[in-house]
Each structure stands twice: as structure tokens, then as C-alpha cells.
Design a binder for this molecule. Structure first.
Ligand code: TRP
Length: 338
């Protein structure tokens, strides 16, 4: 008997900004750890990266796309176990996005918090920014993915995807799988070091030193960022009592060390925050060192990365093409023989 097909996982990261420890803990490390349990597709969502076109030059965008692909590999995503590809290499993403666009109520898009935050009152933002969630839904539904491992900030996008899949299934017989978000309970929400009231951000991290811990940051930059992280006047290095800044550092320490909270409190409580910060610097530097070393090696051979992306896109397309045909048929399009 053939083995039953494993549940499918799809996720992606935009090649923009500075990929940071929050992205690693909340998403990419989780993808890597669970590779054996699922059939995985990990996409570098380059079409999403141009939704704010002025934010990145074509040259920087091009370089960033290869850099992020190499980071997937450096973080332990294994092309023998997972399909790694660029979104723009599989044209079905754009095609399904259009088909879904036509059944997406405009009101659902205006309601999205990410759009409201990024667009504000600016009428000159590109339509792609409003349409971002539909393209993301297309990414997921194209592969009939069951699970989508993401950071907590993506919850609303997954809810949107589920609602849209249900609506489409009800209007046409599209038989989309209703996907579920997989959100880590700890480490899914790492806050900015300079402002622990706001989530660590890829775009702010690129502009502002001391905001984030970039996966490719030098040890000296990591040290500076952590040692100058915003804390408070107290010395309560305890999870339940500390202010948001200290709690963020404790949380980071806990997820990276995989040690229980009481043990961590026993080690750092009553020592001021200096000891916690110094130990965290060491832990972060040691965690990132092997990733950075692999990344340097991978970037030396970009032909290898491109060849791997070709293989990934070929594999992804075999699945995507079947789904798009199913949706076209369900919607009543006339088939072509070319
Ligand atoms: N919106 C996601 C982010 O900013 C990126 C993304 C695009 C994504 N398409 C996706 C994530 C599909 C998961 C699945 O992080």
C-alpha cells in the first residue's frame, strides 16, 4: 500500500527589510524543525515584496531575494525535504490571485489592519498593497495547504484566507482546503529592543540600529543592540513581574536556551539587568554563528542557489497547475488545448 499523503505545509517570507531573530523564532526555525512531519513548500514571496515599490530599488530587491533564499537554507530548510522556490517563478500565483480577486468583497480588504497601518490616508499607495491578502490567499490555496506556520502578526491574513476559501467553495465548486495557522505559543511575538511596545520589525530594523537583531548581524552589532535595549528602572528579572522590555529579553533567553522559566529567574533575578543582557548576547551570538557561517558559504555559489530554485519552481508548478485547472473548470472557463 502506498503511504498516505502527508499533510501539506506552506509558508513564505518577503525579501524585504532585515530578517531578524523574531522571524527566525516565530517562523523559519519552526519550518525547519517540522520538515519531516509534512510535505513542505517554502516560498520567497517576491511578488509581495513589490507592494510598496518605493521601499526597495530593483537592484537591492534582486540581491535580497537571493540573500533570503540562502537564509532559508542556512536556517536548516533542506531542499531534499522541502520545496523551496520563488513566488514569481510560478505564474499560477498571479493567476489564482486574479480569480480570487473577483470573488473578494472590497470591504474585506479595507478592513485589514496591515493595510490600514501601511496605507494610512495616502491615496497614492499602490493597489497591490490593498490586494496583498488576496495574493497571500492564492499562495496558500494553490497548494491545498493544511497548515501555515507563521508569526502571530499573520493571524488576520490566515483568517481572511479561510473566509475567502469558504466563500469561493460556496459560490463555485472549487474544493479549497480550509487552512489553519500554526502559531508558536512562545517566541511568536518578539518585541523591538528599542521600543518593546511594538513588535520587532523587518523594515524598522533595516533603518534603525538597535531596533532588531538581524540574522546576519555581526556579534558587535548584536552586543550593542542588546546592551542598549530599553528596560526599566527596576531589577525584577521575573517573567510575571518585569516590564515589557525586560520580559522581552527574558522571553528571548527562554526560547533560545529552551530552559524552564523558574530556572532562568533563579539565575538572573536580583542581579540587575546587566547579567541577563550579557548572557543573552552570548546565547544569541552562538545561536546565529552557524547560520551565518553557512550563509557565507552558500552565497559564494549563487549558481547552486539558482539551480535549486529552478528545481523548486518545477515541483511547485506541477501542483499549482492542477489547482488552477480545477478552479478554472469550476468557474466555467473554456479549456484550451495549447
Ligand atoms: N504576509 C507574510 C509576512 O509578511 C508573507 C506571506 C506571503 C506568507 N504569502 C504567504 C506567509 C503565504 C505564509 C503563507 O510574513
Amino acid at each position: 500500500m502506498p503511504e498516505p499523503r502527508k499533510n501539506r505545509v506552506f509558508s513564505g517570507v518577503q525579501p524585504t527589510g532585515k530578517l531578524h531573530i523574531g522571524n527566525y523564532l516565530g517562523a523559519i526555525s519552526q519550518w525547519a524543525e517540522n520538515q519531516d512531519d509534512f510535505e513542505n513548500l517554502f516560498c520567497v514571496v517576491d511578488l509581495h515584496a513589490i507592494t510598496i515599490p518605493a521601499a526597495i530599488s530593483p537592484k537591492a530587491f534582486h540581491a535580497k531575494t537571493l540573500e533570503v533564499t540562502a537564509l532559508y537554507l542556512a536556517c536548516g530548510i533542506d531542499p531534499a525535504k522541502s520545496t523551496i522556490f520563488l513566488q514569481s517563478h510560478v505564474p499560477e500565483h498571479s493567476e489564482l490571485a486574479w480569480l480570487l480577486n473577483c470573488v473578494t468583497p472590497l470591504g474585506w480588504l479595507y478592513r485589514m489592519t496591515q493595510f490600514k497601518a501601511k496605507a494610512g490616508t495616502n491615496q497614492m499607495v499602490g493597489t497591490g498593497l490593498l490586494d496583498y491578502p488576496v495574493l497571500m490567499a492564492a499562495d496558500i490555496l494553490l497548494y491545498d495547504a493544511h497548515y501555515v506556520p507563521v508569526g502571530e502578526d499573520q493571524k488576520q491574513h490566515i483568517e481572511f484566507t479561510r473566509d475567502l476559501a469558504q466563500r469561493c467553495n460556496a459560490m463555485f465548486n472549487t474544493r479549497f482546503i480550509i487552512p489553519e495557522a500554526q502559531i508558536r505559543s512562545s517566541g511568536a511575538r518578539i518585541m523591538g529592543l528599542d521600543d518593546p511596545n511594538a513588535k520587532m520589525s523587518k523594515s524598522i530594523g533595516e533603518q534603525k540600529r538597535g531596533h532588531s537583531i538581524g540574522l546576519l548581524d555581526a556579534p558587535s552589532a548584536i552586543k550593542k543592540a542588546i546592551m542598549s535595549a530599553t528596560t526599566d528602572g527596576g531589577n525584577e528579572a521575573r517573567f510575571g513581574h518585569a516590564g515589557v522590555g525586560v520580559r522581552n529579553l527574558l522571553e528571548l533567553y527562554a526560547v533560545l536556551s529552551k530552559r524552564p522559566h523558574d530556572e532562568i529567574e533563579a539565575e538572573f533575578h536580583g542581579h540587575g539587568y546587566g547579567k541577563l543582557k550579557k548572557s543573552l548576547v552570548e546565547l544569541v551570538v552562538e545561536t546565529l554563528r552557524p547560520i551565518q557561517e553557512r550563509h557565507v558559504d552558500l552565497m559564494k555559489n549563487q549558481d547552486h542557489i539558482r539551480a535549486m530554485l529552478d528545481t523548486g519552481a518545477r515541483r511547485a508548478r506541477t501542483i499549482a497547475a492542477v489547482t488552477v485547472t480545477r478552479v478554472r473548470d469550476a468557474m466555467g472557463f473554456v479549456r484550451s488545448n495549447i
